[in-house]
Design a protein around this ligand. Structure first.
Ligand SMILES: *Cc1c(COP(=O)(O)O)cnc(C)c1O
Length: 396
């Protein structure tokens, strides 16, 4: 039985290998930073594809806060929240996240994946409707699939299509527009002011997953809502602690106190899965504090993103347009993206190529992500290396 299963799995894996789409895992032997030590390379490489937007993943204060919490609370709660797993540090981080999101309340999960898949089926039942952007993150898609509500998908950022779907769902008890703030594979941002206006017009709620927006978008890094000046107008914001906010893990849902009270009662990961470890909550608390204390970090991130984007364009690349810290370059098929990523690695730049099934075949890409901690010299090196590899492979 088992041998047959393995054989069948091997057939699938061999097909991926033949198509050149098999992912390789690189092994990092130290902390995530602008440079990491990679086992395979026997040395340091520049990282341009982490979500460590603010450079806080190995910030000494973020690390120290985690260690202190480990001493104070031990390794974890050994419990879900409602049994015996609600520690004071949970209350502290949830207050901080609610303030950051301009909402009354917030509730943590062990990841944003858990937050989205725990939120959407809990609030959207049989009598309800979900209208989601076609390019939403997989966790929002799975959250919608797991809900009993009627599901509609609107063309990416197409407000006319969204409005047509809104007009279609008359009679539903609750209706939610579901969108990413920053779309992770494109790096473009949701048309939030239009979405908020449509939500008002049709009296429906908005769920905004701002995982790539928090710490990145807006003057103070409060996210896509700050960027557009619509803070406090989003019903439900979800996000991750695993990107700009320390980079460890953890996610949250921010919204009204009523919403949080309700999720505490019925959201399945809250009832059946362990609470967020205290160490991570404390590290993320420190990350939020640094974000608020050092607005210069967000400014620097914005300046670095511009420099990367302009430098790539000046060298003949055509990155997708956008205002986030994600700068994707479409290179064609999956195998080619993987090849380019290998070439870059041999020159000392670590950037993973994305292909099918993460993005549609033919639109494989290298997704460059900026980090506030990158030095000017590192950016110059990156641009020169991109030019060298781009020329060698005939991309520019
Ligand atoms: C990264 C990401 C997630 C998943 O976050 P985790 O905390 O790592 O589970 C969810 N939604 C979006 C939009 C993301 O970019």
């Amino acid at each position: 039985m088992r041998a047959a299963l393995d054989e069948s799995l091997h057939t699938d894996l061999a097909a991926m290998a033949k198509a050149g789409t098999l992912k390789t895992f690189r092994h990092i032997t130290g902390p995530m930073d602008t440079e990491v030590t990679m086992a395979e390379m026997g040395g340091r490489v520049l990282v341009l594809s982490s979500n460590n937007y603010l450079g806080l993943a190995d910030h000494p204060e973020v690390v120290a806060a985690g260690k202190k919490a480990l001493d104070e609370y031990g390794a974890g709660t050994a419990s879900v929240r409602f049994i015996c797993g609600t520690f004071s540090v949970h209350g502290q981080i949830e207050t901080a996240l609610a303030q950051l999101s301009h909402t009354e309340s917030a509730l943590t999960y062990v990841s944003c994946w858990a937050a989205n898949t725990g939120l959407i089926p809990a609030v959207a039942g049989e009598e309800d409707a979900l209208i989601s952007d076609a390019l939403n993150h997989a966790s929002l898609i799975d959250g919608c699939r797991g809900a009993k509500a009627k599901r509609f998908v609107y063309k990416h950022s197409d407000m006319a299509d969204l409005e047509a779907k809104l007009a279609d769902v008359k009679g539903a008890r609750r209706v939610f527009i579901v969108t990413d703030g920053v779309f992770s594979m494109e790096g473009d941002i949701a048309r939030l002011p239009d979405i908020v206006a449509l939500a008002r017009k049709y009296d429906v709620s908005v769920i905004l997953d701002d995982s790539h927006g928090t710490g990145v978008m807006g003057k103070h890094g409060r996210g896509t809502a700050e960027h557009f000046g619509v803070e406090g107008q989003i019903d439900i914001v979800t996000g991750t602690l695993g990107k700009a906010l320390g980079g460890a893990a953890g996610g949250y849902v921010a919204g009204s106190k009523m919403l949080v009270d309700y999720l505490q009662q019925v959201s399945r990961p809250q009832l059946f899965s362990n609470a967020l470890p205290a160490t991570i909550a404390a590290s993320a608390m420190k990350a939020v504090e640094i974000l608020e204390r050092e607005p210069g970090r967000v400014e620097r991130l914005h300046a670095i993103t511009r420099k990367l984007r302009d430098g790539l364009k000046a060298r003949g690349f055509k990155p997708l347009e956008g205002e986030s810290a994600i700068v994707p370059i479409i290179v064609g098929d999956t195998a080619f993206a993987i090849r380019m990523s290998k070439e870059l690695l041999s020159e000392g730049i670590f950037i993973t190529g994305f292909g099918y099934p993460v993005v549609p075949e033919g639109t494989a890409r290298l997704r460059i992500q900026a980090c506030a901690a990158l030095s000017d010299a590192q950016i110059d090196f990156a641009l020169a290396t991109f030019e060298k590899v781009g020329k060698k492979l005939g991309v520019i």
